[in-house]
Design a binder for this molecule. Structure first.
Ligand SMILES: Nc1ncnc2c1ncn2[C@@H]1O[C@H](COP(=O)(O)OP(=O)(O)O)[C@@H](O)[C@H]1O
Ligand SMILES: [Mg+2]
Length: 376
């Protein structure tokens, strides 16, 4: 029953989406955008609020309760420009308004006020023109996939809808590009792992060879090995120098590894727009160069023995918290950090995990708001 219902809902969704895409492409008359255009995306004073009145309050209103509408401000006057061929990042904590921007720019959501243009086309008045030229990896990337179609069939469906010249060849091309192994091509969508689904969604975004690609939290679910490759793919704009990439994420390291410029957003407002090379100044070295070693609870005593030996290495600072050792390495040297790991293992410590300290994006934003830079 459950299975039936889920599939019923998914299939309906699938059909509606399918027909709308076919309609858009059949009625389209693709005109190449002028190469002289400098900005790919122009956003001017965008505002958007959501109604967050609870269901029970709405019902109460029907029965005569006082009419009040609670609003949550998602975007509070956002403006920026993205150059043609640029990899532009929007970085901010959860709830900052990143997905709302992506939804407006990809014509899924209408703003309350303000203006937004993609490749010179207005996202409200000329939404069809915008849709013809963009590729989107949405935050919930499962949308629009047939659960009981294979990975290959799903993409082939979109390739036909987009009226691509050699649909099968193009599908193979993008599947190879996102490195979805051939053995998974014939698997039902619902049987793919989270990471494979994400790769497939990325392949779908690239299928029509779009001029602008929107990636909303793209590394969610991707395995670490592929994330490194993915960064490289974004950096070279999926093989087309002229392509513009708009990336939204809360991961500062992803932005550093991929973007040319970044807009930092908090509570619906842009706090700063900077070249990525300047991001370093916003994160104190004490966070940037710290590593965390987590050990098994059986090894906590040995961890205390280990820290006594750390003096031999170039460690500037350390702290032991239960079964976690956090240490700051001079210049962030990975070699020195690995020495600590080796020492731990040689001392018979059972290591759970070893990684660079996470950078708390909210802390970075607070620093910008306070005007603090170049922290130690
Ligand atoms: N459909 C919605 N209804 C009500 N509030 C929403 C809706 N979507 C987003 N919000 C709210 O708008 C704000 C911005 O959300 P979002 O754009 O998804 O942020 P981000 O992608 O940066 O995490 C958040 O406070 C969120 O709770
Ligand atoms: Mg989001």
């Amino acid at each position: 029953m459950f299975d039936f219902w889920n599939n019923y809902v998914a299939l309906n969704y699938f059909y509606i989406l399918s027909f709308s895409i076919i309609f858009i492409y059949r009625s389209s008359n693709v005109v190449k955008v002028g190469t002289l255009m400098k900005s790919s995306i122009e956003v001017d004073n965008l505002k958007k609020s959501y109604d967050k009145t609870r269901f029970r309050d709405r019902v109460a209103m029907l029965f005569g309760a006082k009419r009040t509408r609670e609003k949550v401000v998602a975007l509070d006057g956002v403006s920026f420009k993205v150059r043609k061929g640029e990899v532009f990042g929007v970085l901010g904590p959860n709830g900052a308004g990143k997905t709302t921007i992506v939804k407006i720019l990809t014509t899924v959501l209408i703003p309350d006020s303000g203006e937004a243009k993609v490749l010179g086309y207005d996202v409200i008045k000329e939404s069809l023109e915008v849709r013809k030229r963009i590729g989107v990896l949405p935050e919930d990337s499962r949308r629009g996939f047939g659960w009981r179609l294979t990975a290959f069939e799903n993409l082939l469906f979109y390739a036909y809808a987009y009226l691509l010249p050699n649909p099968k060849e193009r599908v193979k091309e993008v599947l190879k590009l996102v490195e979805l192994e051939e053995e998974h091509w014939d698997k039902w969508y619902q049987r793919l792992s989270q990471g494979m689904k994400q790769k497939l969604a990325l392949a779908r975004a690239l299928l029509p060879n779009p001029s602008v690609v929107f990636l909303d939290e793209p590394t969610k679910g991707l395995d670490i090995m592929f994330v490194a490759k993915f960064r490289e793919m974004v950096r070279n704009k999926f093989g087309d120098e002229d392509r513009t990439i708009f990336l939204s994420t809360h991961d500062l390291r992803l932005v550093e590894g991929t973007c040319d410029r970044v807009a930092i957003i908090n509570k619906g407002k842009i706090v700063a727009i900077k070249p990525v090379s300047e991001l370093k100044n916003l994160v104190p070295n004490s966070i940037r160069n710290s590593y965390v070693l987590e050990v098994d609870s059986k090894s906590t005593d040995r961890l205390n023995d280990l820290v006594l030996k750390l003096k031999e290495l170039d460690i500037e600072w350390y702290q032991v918290d239960n079964h976690k050792l956090e240490f700051l390495v001079k210049d962030g040297s990975l070699e020195v950090a690995n020495e600590v790991l080796k020492m731990a293992i040689n001392n018979g410590i059972l290591v759970h995990s070893f990684h660079k300290k996470e950078i708390d994006i909210e802390e970075v934003i607070m620093r910008i708001l306070r005007g603090g830079k170049n922290a130690s």
